[in-house]
Design a protein around this ligand. Structure first.
Ligand code: CMX
Length: 426
């Protein structure tokens, strides 16, 4: 049995050596080119980041440390954290050690609640979540060790320390925000006998007589954990951490990016859209009604939330995993049935419109309907759930980045004038 830290520590010398010799032998080889269109177009497709925790295949979706996400749906979030950080799933003893470690860290300083209580009552839950994390920055092990003086090769250790603390505290913070923001009664403390996902379900206080909501929370935390490093939340976290800002600063910034409607907030927008459909047609629409409603959305200049992706070109396997869960748990739920119908109707419309490169559903298209089924109906809270999970991935990426000595991010920008002159000469 090796603890997560022992395992990581043992593998680091060979990983560092592997990268050192790769750069030494092949450092000048070209892996990507950048066109003017890409420079204006969000750098789409430009290969200029390294991420070893996961990779997104255009057609197959996310693969975490070599394991396709569809093979991880029965795992618990703690196993995914171990996998992300070390490259291997834990054995039973290592998993128990990690669970015990996280349990010890799962309490919040009381000043966090004071700060959140002082915020405007109509603050968005993502603002509260990001603020709650930022305000704990003074607890950062990385910052303390850095201030004391620390060698570069040791940076990963306090980064790991902060990762474990944040992974343990995020569900406590998020559940507390839910109870506070929606007047659900007092904050429910963590139950030391439960795993991360079940504990999250418990602290939210959603009735769960059969334990199925806890299963959904485990699945939710597994599916959203990581999606390589070019997406807004991961890239922001990486960029901020590359300045040696500690993990609290970096994760808080990453979550601010996740809060955008083209990224994680799409899960809130998506359920909002589904509920609009239901209201407009007093229930499940006919195919023709839904077809027209989707066209009207596009013609009013809006996107259909939950559809399309910057990298994927097929149905997101995370959407498929949620739909499979829904088929087992709530096949007759009206909102879930509309989600299934949208999946049938919308992709051909997006193809017909001819703009979106990917007409298929992404992770955000189905998750909200399941939360709704369990009575978690406050959809502007949904992105916080995404955030609790995404912390596992972006924090793991940050540990790896510090371990391999990644440089401060500083690409070169050019002016439009420069581009015009360049284009004229080329
Ligand atoms: N509905 C309507 N139009 C869409 C669309 C959708 N679902 N998806 C893409 N398009 C449009 C784009 O807005 C763009 O239009 P313009 O040329 O007028 O600007 C055009 O199709 C080309 O876009 P693209 O290259 O296919 O997509 P991008 O890589 O630029 O953007 C994404 C990807 C996800 C932002 C986009 O598909 C989108 O806005 N989807 C809806 C929001 C959403 O579900 N986001 C969540 C993504 C997953 C996540 O990060 O959580």
């Amino acid at each position: 049995m090796a603890t997560l830290k022992e395992k990581l520590s043992a593998t680091l010398p060979s990983i560092r050596e592997e990268i050192r010799s790769l750069v030494k032998e092949h450092g000048s080889k070209v892996i990507s080119e950048v066109t003017i269109e890409q420079a204006y177009g969000g750098m789409r497709g430009v290969k200029s980041l390294v991420c070893d925790t996961s990779a997104v295949d255009n057609n197959r979706g996310v693969i975490i440390r070599g394991i396709h996400i569809s093979e991880l749906t029965n795992r618990i979030p703690e196993e995914i954290l171990f996998l992300l950080l070390t490259g291997e799933l834990p054995d039973a003893a290592s998993l128990e050690a990690l669970k015990a470690d996280l349990r010890k860290r799962a309490s919040l300083p009381s000043y966090v609640w004071d700060v959140l209580r002082a915020m405007p009552k109509d603050s968005h839950p993502m603002t509260m979540f990001s603020t709650g994390i930022l305000v704990m920055e003074k607890e950062s092990a990385f910052r303390k060790r850095y201030d004391q003086g620390m060698k570069k090769e040791d940076y990963w250790e306090p980064m790991l320390e902060d990762t474990l603390t944040l992974a343990a505290r995020a569900p406590v913070l998020a559940a507390g925000i839910y109870r506070m923001r929606y007047n659900k009664g007092g904050i429910i403390p963590p139950d030391p006998n439960l795993d991360l996902g079940a504990n999250f379900a418990h602290m939210l206080g959603t009735p769960d007589p059969t334990g199925t909501f806890a299963d959904l929370m485990r699945l939710y935390l597994v599916l959203h954990s990581d999606h390589e490093s070019g997406n807004v939340s991961a890239m922001t976290t990486h960029t901020v951490a590359s300045a040696l800002s500690d993990l609290y600063y970096a994760v808080s910034a990453g979550l601010d990016g996740l809060a955008g409607p083209l990224h994680g907030l799409a899960n809130q927008e998506c359920l909002k859209w589904i509920l609009m459909v239901r209201k407009r047609f007093h229930g499940t629409p006919t195919d023709e009604e839904l077809h027209k409603f989707a066209w009207d959305t596009l013609q009013s200049g809006k996107v259909i939330p939950g559809y399309g992706h910057a990298v994927l070109r097929q149905t997101d396997p995370r959407f498929t995993a949620f739909v499979e869960f829904g088929k087992k748990v709530c096949p007759d739920d009206e909102v879930f049935q509309i989600v299934e119908k949208v999946f049938r109707i919308v992709p051909p419309i997006l193809v017909e419109q001819g703009k979106a490169k990917d007409p298929w559903p992404n992770v955000d298209a189905g998750s909200g309907s399941l939360l709704w089924h369990f009575g978690l109906t406050e959809f502007d809270y949904y992105t916080v759930l995404f955030g609790v999970s995404r912390i596992l991935g972006v924090a793991s990426q940050a540990v790896v980045s510090r371990a391999i000595g990644s440089a401060i991010v500083r690409p070169k920008s050019v002016t439009t004038k420069w581009l015009k002159e360049f284009a004229a000469k080329a």
